[in-house]
Write a protein that binds this ligand. Structure first.
Ligand code: 3H9
Length: 713
């Protein structure tokens, strides 16, 4: 492997007098073991071959280098070996090469990939390329001098932005920032080789010696202070972005080598943190979720080049925007003109907000709006490859719509329902083509939330599943395949979560204290504020519909229903658990505190003072216990799928990995014991999930369960 001529990962060839070093480690040319060694040996060749006047380093296949191999981090943190010297010696060697090294970037240069690129003397890029330091998304900071070289090329502000935000930038921005020296149109390799010939023989600039952009201590202290403040607000509780700022600050204060040492210390702190392990789990789980054992990769998919949505309410309008944003023309049907106009006006308002926030340009929005075709009839539905029903949540109405879709849609069209609770099989049964029927449960606001629960009915065809899974990526969503149980995965778990939040208020905790405890835990919002946002009437209606299924004698939360009876439906009516001002800012309502006390006294519920740790355990363990049942019953394929549902659809902090990963980090024995305590104190609703007890007794984790079920990844 160390001999470049024998390495399958890195090849050294020559074009005229230019040495070409090609990295071939598909799919993304990660710097897996063997790649750095291969590059190093090729650099030796460049040094020793008198005919070679300069070198080009390029990625084979679709990209440059997407970073260090993340799987190696997993191994590193699970063994006691600890990391070796990393990439630094190689990068120093490249930078010290006596002949100029040109890094040729197409696709993406991310993380260690950009760090590798910055060790070259020049960088050229394809106009479509992107570069970035996304380590922060994995709970890390750049660990191969990225925090030291990037500010030297791009300045402190840009380096802070890239290392804390983690978002890649486009080639043109990289050129303007000074990260890239030239963009190359046309044949990329030939262009890079021509560039190398052009600069050969000229002095080769070493990034580590370029100190002009490192700024003054005075300017920098303002930049770092404001960056830290932004991070504390926008990346709440995360350690890596702050560590990245510390490392960049070290670059501005210390000589290069000492800066690298400071970076290395901070990198290791991050690498061994629970946050990084959790975020790496989320990274791999988000990819694993696409793998469905009985729907292999090769399953044919149905081309979806046109769509139709039934219902132009909040969900239907949002779903139409999702298709339009992906460039897919979409019909949007409503029953009457007033509702249709209202739906379109909402869409326009949402787009206008996106333009105002700089998310989209006006031109993009104008083009997308043209793709949304409003209609009052099913006339053109026969052309649609896929229809999504998003009408009011009631079985009778859904059945009516599907019977109509069955009549008007072409054979093979996918008939999807956006139901969040109803039985897909019952809906499918009114059609003559149950295999074409599937659930696509978008989350509100549909044009923003990443999660898409794809609900598999008992007759849903594999091609339909494969198409929806693939389409979710095109739509910018994370599709998670779930089974057809009541409320599916996300909402089924959400019910016990908010049930406990309400119980806690009924037992004496303040609304504010419940929400604060979970917000501090890392949830995007507290559960009661979330209910106010979604509308308290939604849960109220569902509870009324399913009341007949409740076991008599089992405690049920009542405070939320009482608020609904008073017309307090949450934000939309100006009050719910909280009061809302004009700007919809939540203000604690002393009346709610008084009422709940009174209602609890009437119900004979003793009031007590409740610690925030109990609030967190009650709510989060309720999620975990229900998650374990779902897993055991097979409605989710993997524990990690449940994590992806919660991180992407319910504001669960990614740095805690999702509820099931979090349970693993606490230890299932501890979780199960605590659930046992709640069971004894609060009764049947806390019956421990058998799978949880079984794993806890065997000293295992949900991750073990996934591995055992599906084999090692
Ligand atoms: C780093 O570099 C630290 C350094 O600063 C310091 C070192 C000392 N490693 O996403 P896709 C796999 S940290 C291992 O579906 P796409 C991925 O799991 C790293 N594997 O494709 C998947 O495998 P599978 C900083 C990786 O086209 C397959 O490749 N870099 C890595 O939608 C295809 O991936 C990053 O954080 C990796 N680095 O997107 C970049 N990257 O097929 C992370 C991907 O078995 N990667 N895989 O499921 C990405 O953002 C996207 O994968 C990328 C391609 C944009 C590259």
């Amino acid at each position: 492997m160390n001999d470049p001529t024998k390495s399958t990962l890195v090849q050294f060839t020559k074009i005229d007098s230019i040495g070409v070093i090609t990295i071939n480690n598909p799919p993304v040319n990660a710097l897996s073991p063997g790649v750095p060694e291969g590059i190093s040996a090729s650099i030796d060749q460049v040094e020793h071959d008198a005919d070679v006047i300069a070198a080009v380093v390029i990625g084979g296949g679709r990209t440059f280098v997407a970073g260090a191999d993340i799987k190696e981090f997993v191994k590193m943190t699970q063994s006691k070996d600890g990391p070796g010297p990393g990439l630094l010696p190689l990068l120093m060697k490249i930078e010290s090469c006596s002949k100029p090294v040109v890094m040729a970037i197409h696709g993406t240069a991310l993380g260690g990939g950009l760090e590798l690129a910055m060790s070259g003397h020049y960088r050229v890029a394809a106009p479509t390329a992107q570069v970035g330091q996304p380590e922060v998304n994995l709970g890390l900071i750049p660990g191969a001098a990225g925090t030291q070289r990037l500010p030297r090329l791009a300045g402190v502000v840009k380096a802070v932005e890239m290392c804390t935000g983690g978002k890649p930038i486009k080639a043109q921005d990289a050129l303007s920032a000074g990260i890239v020296d030239r963009l190359i149109d046309g044949d990329f390799l030939n262009g890079a080789v021509a560039f190398a010939k052009e600069i050969a023989g000229k002095p080769a600039p070493k990034t580590r010696e370029r100190n002009q952009k490192l700024g003054t201590p005075q300017d920098n202290s303002t930049i770092f202070a404001s960056a830290r403040e932004t991070v504390r607000k926008k990346q709440r509780n995360l350690i890596a972005p702050l560590a990245a700022i510390d490392a960049i600050e070290a670059a501005t204060r210390l000589p290069f080598e000492e800066g690298c040492q400071a970076e290395a210390r901070l990198f290791l702190d991050c690498l061994y943190s629970d946050q990084s392990k959790a975020l790496i789990h989320v990274f791999f789980s988000e990819r694993e979720v696409a793998k469905i054992p009985d729907v292999p990769k090769e399953t044919p998919v149905i081309p979806v080049s046109s769509a139709a949505v039934v219902g132009a309410g909040t969900m239907g309008g949002g779903i139409a925007m999702v298709f339009a944003n992906a460039g897919i023309p979409v019909l949007l049907k409503e029953a009457d003109q007033v509702a249709l106009d209202r739906g379109l006006a909402n869409i326009q308002k949402n787009y206008a907000t996106s333009v105002k926030r700089g998310r989209f340009t006006q031109q993009f929005v104008d083009e997308r709006l043209k793709l949304i075709q409003p209609t009052l009839t099913y006339d053109d539905f026969s052309k649609a490859d896929m229809v999504i029903e998003a009408v009011f949540e009631g079985m009778a109405l859904k059945k009516e719509v599907f019977a109509e879709l069955d009549r008007v849609c072409k054979p093979g069209a996918i008939l999807a329902s956006n139901t969040s609770t109803l039985n897909i099989d019952e809906i499918a049964a009114v059609t003559s083509r149950a295999s074409s029927v599937i659930g696509t449960h978008f989350f509100s606001p549909a044009n923003v939330m990443r999660l898409l629960e794809i609900v598999r009915g008992k007759a849903t065809g594999k091609e339909v599943i494969a198409t929806c899974m693939q389409l979710s990526k095109k739509l910018g969503k994370v599709g998670v395949l779930v089974g057809n149980c009541r409320s599916f995965v996300g909402n089924r778990m959400f019910h016990p979560y908010v049930r406990e939040a309400t119980f806690l208020v009924e037992e004496g905790a303040s609304v504010d204290a419940v929400d604060k405890a979970l917000y501090d835990f890392g949830m995007a919002m507290g559960p009661l504020a979330t209910l106010d946002l979604a509308g308290l009437d939604v849960g109220w209606r569902i509870r009324k519909e399913y009341r007949h299924l409740e076991k008599p004698g089992i405690r049920q939360p009542f405070a939320g229903d009482r608020l609904c009876e008073m017309g307090r439906f949450g934000q939309k009516t100006g009050s719910g658990w909280y009061k809302y001002d004009e700007a919809r800012v939540a203000v604690p309502d002393p009346e709610v505190a008084e009422w709940t006390k009174k209602w609890s006294a009437e119900a004979g519920i003793a009031q007590r003072s409740i610690q925030s740790s109990e609030i967190v355990d009650r709510c989060i363990y309720a999620l975990i216990n229900e998650g374990a049942r779902i897993l055991e019953e097979g409605y989710a394929l993997r524990a990690s799928d449940i994590d992806i549902v919660y991180v992407n659809g319910y504001g669960f902090p990614a740095y805690r990995g999702g509820p099931m990963w979090y349970a693993d980090t606490v230890g299932l024995k501890k979780v199960s014991e605590r659930i046992g305590e709640f069971h004894r104190a609060h009764g049947e609703l806390w019956e421990p999930a058998p799978l949880l007890e079984e794993l806890a007794a065997a000293g295992k984790t949900f991750a073990d369960f996934d591995k055992q079920k599906l084999g090692e990844r």
